[in-house]
Design a protein around this ligand. Sequence first.
Ligand SMILES: [Mg+2]
Length: 115
Amino acid sequence: MLLDNRKANMKFEDLRKANSERQKEWPGDDQADVAFRTIEVAGEFGEVAEAIKKFLRAERGIKGSTATLEDIADEMADSIIALDLLAGQLGVDLGAAVARKFNKTSEKYGLTTRL
Ligand SMILES: [Mg+2]
C-alpha cells in the first residue's frame, strides 16, 4: 500500500508553528504541563507498537483486530506531534536536536552521512 506522501517537505519549524497555533484553540491546554506531555508522548509511541502488532496480526492471519500501514503512519505522526509539543514546552528545537544527534552518532561510528 502506498501512502499519500504530500507535504513530505514539511520542516520541524512548520510543525512547531502549527502545534503552537492549534494549542491556543485546544480546550484545557493550559493544564497540559511537562508531566502530561511526557505521558502523552509515551502513550503515542505505545500506540505505534500496538498498530504494528495489529498489522502483523493481519499479515500472519492471527485472529483479532487488525491495522493497516496507514494506521501505523497515523500513530507515528501522533508520536512526533506529541514529541514536538513536549519539546516546545522544554524550549528544545527538535529539528536542531535531531540533526545534532544524527551527526553525533555518525561521528561516533565513523560514518560520513550528516544532516
Ligand atoms: Mg494516537
